[in-house]
Each structure stands twice: as structure tokens, then as C-alpha cells.
Design a protein around this ligand. Structure first.
Ligand SMILES: *Cc1c(COP(=O)(O)O)cnc(C)c1O
Length: 280
């Protein structure tokens, strides 16, 4: 288990008022930044979804973000999904909101009807997934954003088919070529996407990348623009199972404005909402 999990109780549900206010301010600032970037790129208001990247944050902090307007969350580690999901589901059910795959029953038990998308918070896995952890996340997460090989896709597909469910996947592409990053090679992305699209038990929903870790704006934007062109080529191919390959999950605290200008549909933001991470 990762060391920071020994130092912080991630299942904690109670945070003080000033911390909750700090998080609410963070959410509002990020929503403003997204609206500004949409406007300056000439894009529809609301065309970019904000995913709160919640690694190292506890249940109370995540609930403060949701109460301030977050509609989608993403975790990096299966272990964190397991620790936080029960508390999140119970607290959200109290508000008539379902979380991820498993939320509907909890909401029904709390006496609320599930009606409309606003009452459901999608739960994504955005970090690397080892195949022995697939079973941990499948009952909870709607979409796995970090699929970067046929082998991993096949293992997820097999599990999903066994459970009679369909799991959303994004193909992660290593646009920057940085060795520390996961993701498939950009030159393989179209072929992999078409093969993943054809697998039962999976819905290919789009592509994901992590921006280049450099200061140079042009380099960062080139990676995002290339991911967009790749997505467009996959859609244009008309290959089986690629019709819903629409999402571009790109842009984080440092580079979300560039990503939105280059066509991002999901920005994954942690630091700008919750503050600097104390661990990792
Ligand atoms: C942590 C993380 C983010 C958010 O990063 P910030 O810089 O804190 O906004 C986004 N995507 C992935 C895959 C992450 O691991």
C-alpha cells in the first residue's frame, strides 16, 4: 500500500468549515477559468466537463467539492477507490445523487428517485491499472481513462463480459513521449482504438493524455492538437465501435487553458481545486 495512505485517513468524512470554504473557492475559480477559456476559444459554454482529480483527498474534502459544483470525479489508485467509495455513496445518496456504477441502489434505499444526469456523478479511474486490480474498480467506476494496451483492454473486456456490464474506456496516448508517462505510442493509437472499439464489454468513449512536462507552450499544445486529430481520424474511419469515441480528456491545473483551446472535452484538475498535495 502507498505510504501516504498510512498517514491520512482517506475515509474521513468530517472537515472544518474553513477547509470546506477553501475547496468551494477552488471549485468556483476553476469553473470561471474554464468558462473564460471556452469563451476565448469560441467554444460553447459548458462544452468542457470538469473532473476533480481526488487522489490523496479524503471523503470530506471530496464532498465539499461536490457540494460546490463538481459533477465528475477521478481517482488514480484502485486502493483509494475502495477506501472512499462506500462513504461517498452513502453521503451522496442522502442528497439524492448516485455515484459511479453502484450508486443507484443506495439512492433508492435513501428514498430518492434517480432522475436525470444531474443526479449522477460519473466516477473515472485516471491512473495506471494493474490487471490484478481490475476486479476492485469494476463494480464502482464508469470509465477507465488509462487503457493503453490491447492486453489490458482484453482483460477488462473479459471481466466486464463476465459480469454482464459495459465499461467505458478512454485510450491513453503518450503524446509527449516522456518515458515516465504511461500511454501508448501516438503512432499506434488509431489501430489500438479500432481494436478496442470492436471488443465486447467495452465502450470506447475517447482519448486521454497528460500534457508535456515542459514550459514551452508550443510543445504542450502540439501534443493536445495531435490527440484531437487522432480522435477525428478514429471517428472518420467509421470502424466498428468507434462512433462514441468523442471525448478528449486533456488539461490539468497547469495547462487546462491550452487544452481547452485545442479541443479538450474533459479537464482533470486537482491542485487548483484542493491546493497542493501533501503526499506524492
Ligand atoms: C493528479 C492528476 C491530475 C490532476 O493534476 P493537478 O496538476 O493536481 O491538477 C490529472 N490527471 C492525472 C492522470 C493525475 O494523476
Amino acid at each position: 500500500m502507498t505510504a501516504y495512505m498510512d498517514h491520512k485517513d482517506l475515509a474521513n468524512e468530517v472537515i472544518d468549515q474553513s477547509r470546506a470554504q477553501e475547496i468551494a473557492d477552488g471549485v468556483h475559480k476553476v469553473l470561471d477559468r474554464i468558462a473564460q477559456a471556452e469563451a476565448s476559444a469560441g467554444r460553447e459554454p459548458g462544452s468542457v466537463k470538469l473532473l476533480a482529480a481526488t487522489k490523496t483527498r479524503d471523503v470530506g474534502e471530496i464532498m465539499a467539492a461536490i457540494d460546490a459544483g463538481i459533477h465528475m470525479i477521478g481517482e488514480n489508485r484502485p486502493q483509494e477507490v475502495t477506501v472512499k467509495a462506500p462513504g461517498l455513496m452513502r453521503l451522496l445518496a442522502d442528497r439524492g445523487i448516485a455515484l459511479g456504477v453502484g450508486g443507484d441502489d443506495a439512492v433508492a434505499a435513501a428514498g430518492h428517485a434517480v432522475a436525470g444526469a444531474a443526479d449522477h456523478i460519473p466516477f473515472h479511474l485516471i491512473g495506471q491499472l494493474q490487471s490484478n486490480k481490475i476486479g476492485k474498480v469494476l463494480p464502482v467506476v464508469n470509465t477507465i481513462e488509462s487503457v493503453d494496451s490491447i492486453e489490458l483492454a482484453e482483460k477488462i473486456a473479459r471481466r466486464a463480459t463476465m459480469h454482464g456490464i459495459t465499461v467505458g474506456v478512454l485510450l491513453e496516448v503518450n503524446e509527449s513521449g516522456e518515458e515516465s508517462k504511461s500511454g501508448c505510442a501516438p503512432s499506434h493509437a488509431i489501430d489500438l482504438a479500432q481494436r478496442i472499439g470492436a471488443m465486447g464489454g467495452l465502450e470506447l468513449q475517447g482519448l486521454m493524455t497528460i500534457g508535456a512536462h515542459v514550459d514551452d507552450e508550443r510543445t504542450i499544445r502540439e501534443g493536445f492538437a495531435h490527440l484531437r486529430r487522432t480522435r477525428d481520424q478514429i471517428l472518420a474511419s467509421g470502424a466498428e465501435g468507434t462512433a462514441n469515441c468523442k471525448e478528449l480528456s486533456m488539461g490539468m491545473t497547469q495547462d487546462m487553458a491550452y487544452a481547452i483551446e485545442e479541443g479538450s472535452t474533459i479537464v482533470r484538475v486537482g491542485t487548483a481545486i484542493f491546493g497542493a498535495r501533501a503526499f506524492i
